[in-house]
Design a protein around this ligand. Structure first.
Ligand code: HSE
Length: 435
């Protein structure tokens, strides 16, 4: 019986879980493969560090060439993260005829197409299910089960950390800042949480989902992105009163005249399935022309869910290797549509603003700017407004919550500039209605 030899780069949370799953579920893995498996080498920066997995049989190395130049190793697993170094390693693996499994969304969102082409040129397979939404098998679903459809739209909660924060703000009535500290202590946020809070992590996943779902290349730096730092508890409460939840969504749309790829907070109806996705869970909602709408739900981060996707890839890829098939998965190889600027899209908007204008003056100002109001409430007059808030606000100030009718983003932005002159604070959140 053939033995598939595996070399792993990285032994952090995901690497350790991958090793654990391969070890503990060895029989299950090997029976499905029809081959035995061996972790031949694991490349880490510090071979002396204490590890949670058993590495006593001296498989650790700090020299990449011990894996890349070992002719016995069939599959390279890249779970070390980062971009430049990982790219070099994956390229070298392909050039040395090795197949690759990677969990690296940052890298794939920028170089997925180039790397997939290089893999093919070298007759190697390249799988990266773990790069998006961890344990949810969404990439392979887009690349196999749903391929009979034109995918119209993909909307996802693909960043567990920010969904965790928004959920706790709502349920526990807490500020963003207080949960950020707690989330760091609990391991839901990195010490530097910018990639999560500013939406960059979700933008990388959005780029990969759009590229595979629409067969049209979208790179992470083409995704419009805005994070959750400006979302306050007050907005969450006001949105709830109006029948909405606030979520950070990654949204990709395949339109006739181009591709939309955007990550930003949205108000979505409380009745939408994505509104019920709480805490660190992820969900991806896919709309296909014959399929209709489907939703895929689960844990999008953490060692075990992500390791599960890596091991699933090792098995799927290993089967191809054993059957000696040629690589056949393309990365965004069909379309060449341009990216549509968010300023050319229409939205309804939620606005909360503090102003010394009266309601009729405010309505007048907006209407002169062609902004039609769907609803307006002076929340200062609302008896539920907290006493603390009343004290904070000067008596002559009004606080309005407005929902607008749909308007072109670029026109709306111009009107907001005007409003900003009369307002101390203004929060604007797009409403996602076509979902
Ligand atoms: N911080 C990311 C998240 C990790 O919470 O989704 C997984 O990509």
């Amino acid at each position: 019986m053939k033995t598939l030899q595996i070399g792993i780069f990285g032994l952090g949370t995901v690497g350790s879980s991958t090793v654990q799953i391969l070890t503990c579920n060895r029989e299950l893995v090997e029976r499905q493969l029809g081959a035995t498996t061996q972790i031949s080498k694991i490349c880490v920066r510090d071979t002396g560090k204490t590890r949670t997995v058993d590495t006593s049989n001296s498989i650790l190395t700090s020299r990449p060439e011990d894996i890349l130049l070992d002719p016995k190793i069939d599959i390279v697993v890249e779970v070390m993260g980062g971009i430049e170094k990982s790219k070099e390693i994956i390229e070298a693996a392909f050039k040395n005829g090795k197949h690759v499994v990677s969990a690296n969304k940052d890298l794939i969102a920028l170089y997925g197409k180039e790397l997939s082409e290089l893999a093919k040129q070298n007759n190697c397979h390249f799988f990266f299910e773990a790069a998006v939404a961890g344990g949810i098998p969404i990439l392979r679903t887009l690349q196999s089960s749903l391929t009979g459809n034109h995918i119209n739209k993909i909307s996802g909660i693909v960043n567990g950390s920010t969904n965790y924060i928004l959920t706790r703000m709502e349920i526990e009535n807490l500020s963003l800042e207080s949960i950020i500290e707690d989330a760091k202590a609990l391991g839901y946020l990195e010490a530097d949480p910018s990639a999560d809070l500013d939406g960059l992590d979700a933008a990388r996943k959005c780029a990969i989902l759009a590229s595979l779902g629409f067969h049209n290349l979208v790179k992470s730096n083409q995704v419009y992105v805005s994070g959750i730092r400006n979302i306050s508890l007050e907005d969450i409460k006001q949105a709830n009163k109006l029948g909405y939840k606030i979520k950070l969504l990654a949204i990709a749309e395949n339109k006739k005249d181009g591709i939309v790829a955007r990550v930003h907070p949205v108000l979505i109806s409380q009745d939408h399935p994505l509104a019920g996705v709480q805490y660190e869970f992820n969900a991806v909602y896919v709309d296909g022309d014959y399929l209709g709408q489907t939703m895929y739900y689960g844990r999008g981060a953490g060692g075990n869910p992500t390791g599960s996707a890596v091991v699933g890839d090792i098995i799927a890829l290993g089967r191809q290797v054993l059957a000696q098939t040629r690589p056949d998965l393309d990365y965004a190889s069909m379309g060449d549509k341009a990216i549509i600027d968010i300023e050319d899209l229409d939205f309804s908007y939620y606005m909360r603003l503090e102003t010394d204008l009266k309601e009729d003056q405010l309505a007048d100002l907006l209407s002169k700017r062609d902004i039609k109001i769907r609803s307006i409430e002076n929340v200062n007059l609302n008896e539920e407004t907290s006493d603390t808030k009343k004290l904070e606000k000067p008596a002559d100030k009004n606080e309005f919550v407005i929902i607008t009718e749909r308007v072109r983003e670029k026109d709306f932005k111009k009107s907001i500039e005007e409003l900003e002159k009369t307002s101390n604070s203004i929060t604007v959140i797009r409403i996602e209605e076509d979902i």
